[in-house]
Design a protein around this ligand. Structure first.
Ligand code: PEP
Length: 255
């Protein structure tokens, strides 16, 4: 990654953990990264554990992310959680457009955009996920798919708003499969994303952090981080163990 950008590692805990388990895991992560000065670190527990984890991590180096939000602030939207409520619970960021939501829950590009803009309004950092399926990659459609998702997600954002987002490239075929993208495959797409952001603002493109996600492990993060446009990791399975997540942060931050 380039010196101009500070590495960022976020653990996506998905649908895992009681409140007590989440607080314990967060505590272990906080203690494990206590000596890490050169990276931003976040964990994303389930909604039910957000407040308790945020309280435990208060004033420390690890921040809290949510895994989704709605785009309205309040009203008759049964089951939804607003960005303002997440901020109130202690969140600093929110993962949006994760492929599991796109594939299993029918989340559309337009919804990702509405959510991201609402999150920005509430002072949260949207971590916007994009990624192609294996069929799309095999058909040579990777960059076209990324372009469509990216343009839709970033539509109608001002330059100042663009400057506050984080983007995560997560090839769907690499998520939870143990098969990570090669550093060269990741770099190709990360560079493509940065170039696309540069078409809106060169200054933002130089600063925007683009995380890689998809079977990140302690033993593959260094090679990924060695690529110029890889600025950190969005980590699923390996973030459920404090030991492996802390090793990923330490290895990744030291490249
Ligand atoms: C994810 O779901 O964001 C992810 C990257 O998962 P995993 O690390 O388990 O592939």
């Amino acid at each position: 990654m380039a010196q101009a950008r500070r590495p960022f590692f976020c653990g996506n805990w998905k649908l895992n953990g009681s409140i007590a388990e989440s607080v314990a895991l967060a505590t272990d992560v906080r203690n494990g990264v206590a000596t890490v000065r050169d990276a931003d670190v976040a964990v994303a527990p389930s909604f039910t554990a957000l407040h308790a984890v945020a309280k435990r991590l208060e004033d420390g180096p690890v921040s809290v992310a949510a895994q989704d939000c709605f785009w309205e602030e309040k009203g008759a939207f049964t089951g939804e959680v607003s960005p303002g409520q997440l901020a109130d619970a202690g969140c600093k960021s929110v993962i949006l457009g994760h492929s599991e939501r796109r594939q299993l829950l029918g989340e559309l590009d337009a919804a990702v955009n509405l959510k991201a803009r609402a999150a920005l309004k509430a002072g949260l950092t949207p971590i916007i996920c994009v990624g192609e399926t294996l069929a799309e990659r095999d058909a040579g459609e990777t960059l076209g798919r990324i372009l469509a998702q990216l343009d839709a997600a970033l539509a109608d954002m001002s330059e100042a708003e663009l400057g506050r987002i984080v983007i995560a490239y997560e090839p769907v075929w690499a998520i939870g499969t143990g098969r990570n993208a090669t550093p060269a495959q990741a770099q190709e797409v990360h560079r493509f994303i940065r170039t696309r952001v540069a078409s809106r603002s060169a200054a933002v493109a130089a600063k925007v952090r683009i995380l890689y996600g998809g079977s990140v492990k302690p033993d593959n993060i260094r090679a990924l981080m060695a690529e110029e446009d890889v600025d950190g990791g969005l980590v699923g399975g390996a973030s459920l163990s404090a030991d492996s997540f802390v090793r990923i942060v330490k290895e990744g931050a030291s490249v």
